[in-house]
Design a protein around this ligand. Structure first.
Ligand code: PBG
Length: 345
């Protein structure tokens, strides 16, 4: 043991930089730590996903996501107003479609009076100038089988699905969506949706592409929240969402989406895929978003409830990790908590 320590001391003495260089100096006082901090976090970086249900003055807890509620449009509108007050950048609306309105083809997606359109109109007229409204483009809230597209012979067909997605996107833009976010992972849909928006006078509406979206088990609680889990049964989405084992392929997905006109790209899930965020950030000069998905929320929340983690500290740490990896925007169910914590610091 003494030998070991002696040799360590000699190494230290021989090192040219030690003790001249002591990285701990810049960590000595809070003002200095703050001064040299490389990344920052503000409420404007956050996007808050909202689950919307039919009815008036109704809220339902999502059991697999303690603290998250499905809300009727009036309450969701009030929640969006509160989010705007907190300085949150945008809300992302997810409809819980009543089962009698679901069909094989998901046609309800293009109904101008569906829940997402009604919610969008309501939020747009109440707070549209002060908060972004992100609408998700994919058919899973509307299909009886829970897949994101149209199914033929057990396969989600690409090009036919895209024609519906284009109509869905235009339908949402008409309702007042200020960002269109295709989450379906069909090939070529970004270019097609861009053309459809442009042809209908929505040249100014940006597209946030779920470009590197993995076939992840972390979406489980979300599928409970919107009620697509039972529709899916045991099925998965592996013929269109990415294999979690792949990284190079994310570069190809993103490159294509940029060529097709994406204004922002997303990586999803978040924490288990920070390597992807970093690689994309290094490679492409395009704003990145990262989605801290429902399963990540559940892990942090349940661990905090069990007393194993300090919720505020661990959530803020996860946020700064996303920013450090290269994300501009963060979709998180913790958005209101994070904004509140940031505002009262
Ligand atoms: C639907 C969609 C999903 C999520 C966002 N949009 C689920 C899925 O692809 O099955 C997941 C979000 C989350 O887990 O928080 N296209």
């Amino acid at each position: 043991m003494t030998d070991f320590l002696n040799s360590r001391c000699e190494n230290r003495a021989n090192s040219a930089s030690y003790p001249r260089t002591r990285l701990r100096r810049n960590r000595r006082w809070p003002w200095l730590r703050d001064m040299v901090q490389e990344t920052s976090l503000a409420p404007s970086h956050l996007i808050w996903p909202l689950f919307v249900i039919e009815g008036d003055n109704r809220r339902e807890p999502v059991l697999s996501m303690p603290g998250v509620e499905r809300m009727s449009i009036d309450l969701a509108t009030a929640a969006a107003a509160k989010a705007a007050e907190l300085g949150i950048g945008a809300v992302a609306i997810f409809p819980v479609t009543p089962s009698q309105l679901k069909s094989d083809s998901g046609q309800h997606a293009v109904d101008p009076n569906n829940l997402i359109c009604q919610a969008t109109r309501s939020i747009a007229s109440a707070v549209g100038e002060r908060i972004g409204i992100v609408c998700d483009v994919a058919l899973d809230p509307y299909t009886t089988h829970g897949q994101d597209g149209i199914v033929r012979d057990g396969y989600v067909v690409n090009d036919e699905t895209i024609t519906v997605l284009c109509d869905q996107a235009v339908n949402q833009a008409r309702a007042g969506a200020t960002m269109i976010a295709p989450s379906d992972m069909m090939d070529g849909r970004i270019g097609a949706v861009r053309d459809a928006l442009d042809a209908n006078g929505y040249q100014h509406i940006p597209i946030l592409s779920y470009a590197a979206k993995y076939a992840s088990a972390y979406y489980g609680p979300f599928r409970d929240a919107v009620g697509s889990a039972s529709n899916l049964g045991g099925a998965d989405k592996k013929t269109y969402q990415m294999n979690p084992a792949n990284s190079d392929e994310a570069l190809r997905e993103v490159e294509l989406d940029i060529q097709e006109g994406a204004d922002m790209i997303m990586v999803k899930p978040g924490m288990p895929y920070l390597d992807i965020v970093r690689r994309l950030h290094d490679r492409f000069p395009v704003p990145l978003a990262v989605y801290q998905v429902s399963g990540e929320y559940a892990m942090l929340k349940f661990a905090a409830q069990a007393g194993a983690l300090d919720e505020r500290k661990v959530v803020l740490e996860s946020m700064i990790a996303f920013r450090r990896a290269g994300a501009s925007a963060i979709l998180t169910y913790f958005a209101c908590d994070v904004a509140t914590w940031l505002n009262d610091r």
